[in-house]
Write a protein of this length. Structure first.
Length: 441
C-alpha cells in the first residue's frame, strides 16, 4: 500500500549544448517471470520501464507544446502530482512492485490504482486471500519481507533510471519535480509508519472494512509490516490475530504493535533515508566535473547515495556515473546490513558500448555484480552468502529512432534492486526502445 502525499519541490537545471536522446524502453517479454502460472504481467522490471517511459514521454510532450517556461514547468509539476493516481504513474509502479513479488508464486491480486483513487491517502492491492499470505510467510519468509519493501524500492529505482538517462543520454526532460516527489514521499511514508499516526490510519482502514476479505489490502502500511516480519521470520502469519470483523486474519500492523526494538529500528531507517537527498540531480546538476574536475579532464562524472530497506535489513549504496565519449560507466559500492553484521558488494556496468560483428552493428551493455549478503536473506544471519549477477544487453537499430533489444542474465541467490527473484535464476528480456532525439539541447 502506498501512502500518498501531495508534496514536491523544484530545482534549477543545467543546459549543456550536447546531442540529446530520450530513450523510451519497454521490455515486452520477461522470462521466467511472465511464465509464472500461465502468463503473469508485468514483472518488476517491466513496470519500472513502462513508468519511466510514461513520464519521459509526457514531460517531453509538455515541454514541446508550452512555450512559456513558467507554465511549462508548472504543468509538469501538476502532471507529476495528479498522475500519481493514474496508471502507469508513480503509485501504479509502487503497487505493481508489490504485486510482482506475489506474482512470481502465482498469487494474483488487483492494483486499485485502476480505480483512479484521486487524493486517497492510501491505495490498496486487493483480491489476495489469507491462505496465500499464510503460505508465502511460511514458505518464503524473506520474500514476505521483500513484499512490503518492494514499493519503496521501485520508486528509488525509477529515480535511478531517470538519472542514468539524464547523465548518459543527455535526456533534456525536466524530471526534478518527480525525483523530489519520490524522495519526499518515501521519507514521509517511513516517518508516518514510525509514529503514532500510523495507528489512527490503520484504525480508520479497519473501521471501513467488512467481512469481505477480497476487498482488503494485502498488508496495510508497508513499513510497519516490513519491520514486523523482518524481526519475526518464523512467526506464523495467523499469529497476527483475527480481523475485527471476526472473519480472516488481522493483516495490518500498527506502530503500537511493534516492540520498542522494532520501533527504534524503524526510526533508524527514517533517519538513514535522508541519505537519498545527497543527490546532485535533485538540484539540476547532471554532472560534477564542472565543479570538481581537473584541467583537460575529458571525463564527466556524478555521484549519488542510495538507502534501501531490504529483505535482510538495509543497504546503503554509493552510485558513481562516469562518461567519456562513447564510454559509459556506472558503479555502485554497496554496504549491506542486517541486525548484527555488515557486508559489502560491488556492481559495475559498461553501458551501450558500440561494436560490430561482421555487418551487424550493435550497442551492448555489460553488467557484473558481486556481493556478500546474509545467508538466506536473514535479518539474524551471521554467515555470509556469496552471490553474483552477470548480464549482457544488446540493442539492434531498425531505424534511426527504433531498436530492438535482448538481455540475458545469470544471477545467484541474493537481493538486487528491481530484480524480483531472491533465488538463483537465468533470465532473459526482449523488448524495444524508441528514441526521441532533438539534436542539441
Amino acid at each position: 500500500m502506498l501512502l500518498t502525499y501531495q508534496i514536491f519541490g523544484s530545482a534549477n537545471e543545467t543546459n549543456p549544448k550536447r546531442e540529446v536522446d530520450i530513450p523510451l524502453e519497454v521490455p515486452l517479454y520477461d522470462f521466467p517471470y511472465n511464465q509464472s502460472s500461465g502468463y503473469t504481467f508485468p514483472s518488476m522490471a517491466q513496470s519500472l520501464y513502462i513508468t519511466k517511459s510514461f513520464y519521459q514521454f509526457s514531460h517531453n510532450l509538455i515541454e514541446r507544446n508550452i512555450s512559456s517556461r513558467f507554465w511549462r514547468r508548472t504543468s509538469i509539476v501538476l502532471f507529476d502530482v495528479f498522475s500519481l493516481y493514474f496508471p502507469p504513474g508513480d503509485a501504479w509502479l509502487h503497487e505493481e512492485a508489490h504485486r510482482a513479488v506475489m506474482g512470481q508464486y502465482g498469487i494474483d491480486s488487483y492494483n486499485e490504482v485502476y480505480d483512479i483513487p484521486l487524493f486517497s491517502e492510501t491505495i490498496a492491492v486487493s483480491d489476495v486471500t489469507d491462505e496465500e499470505l499464510i503460505g508465502l510467510k511460511r514458505d518464503h519468509p524473506a520474500d514476505m519481507v521483500r513484499l512490503h519493501s518492494a514499493g519503496i524500492e521501485s520508486q528509488y529505482e525509477l529515480v535511478l533510471k531517470l538519472e542514468k538517462d539524464q547523465f548518459f543520454s543527455h535526456s533534456p526532460t525536466w524530471d526534478q519535480p518527480l525525483i523530489w516527489l519520490n524522495y519526499l514521499n518515501n521519507f514521509a511514508y517511513l516517518a508516518t509508519c514510525a509514529s503514532n499516526e500510523s495507528n489512527s490510519i490503520t484504525n480508520d482502514i479497519l473501521n471501513a472494512e467488512d467481512q469481505d476479505v477480497s476487498n482488503r489490502d494485502f498488508t496495510g502500511l508497508d513499513c510497519n509490516a516490513w519491520v514486523y516480519d523482518l524481526f519475526r521470520p518464523n512467526e506464523a502469519y495467523t499469529d497476527r490475530g483475527v480481523h475485527p470483523s471476526g472473519v480472516g486474519v488481522d493483516r495490518y500492523i500498527r506502530y503500537s504493535d511493534l516492540t520498542s526494538e522494532e520501533q527504534d529500528y524503524l526510526k533508524t531507517q527514517v533517519k538513514l533515508s535522508l541519505l537519498n537527498f545527497i543527490d546532485p540531480f535533485l538540484f539540476g546538476v547532471k554532472s560534477l566535473d564542472d565543479y570538481f574536475g581537473t584541467p583537460n579532464n575529458d571525463w564527466r562524472w556524478n555521484a549519488t547515495i542510495r538507502h534501501h530497506i531490504t529483505p535482510f535489513g538495509n543497504n546503503i549504496g554509493v552510485n558513481v556515473f562516469m562518461k567519456k565519449e562513447t564510454t559509459n560507466l556506472f558503479w555502485t559500492l554497496n554496504y549491506y546490513s542486517n541486525k548484527n553484521n555488515r557486508f559489502m558488494g560491488l556492481d559495475a556496468s559498461a553501458l551501450r558500448y558500440p561494436f560490430q560483428i561482421k555487418n551487424l552493428s550493435l550497442q551492448s551493455s555489460l553488467r557484473a555484480s558481486v556481493w556478500l549478503q546474509p545467508k538466506d536473506q536473514s535479518f539474524y544471519a551471521n554467515e555470509k552468502s556469496l552471490g553474483y549477477l552477470i548480464s549482457v544487453k544488446s540493442y539492434y537499430s531498425i531505424t534511426k529512432n527504433f531498436e530492438l533489444f535482448l538481455e540475458l542474465m545469470n544471477k545467484q541467490s541474493g537481493w538486487v534492486p528491481s530484480e524480483v527473484s531472491l533465488d538463483s535464476e537465468t533470465a532473459g528480456r526482449l523488448g524495444f526502445a524508441y528514441h526521441i532525439r532533438s539534436g542539441l539541447n
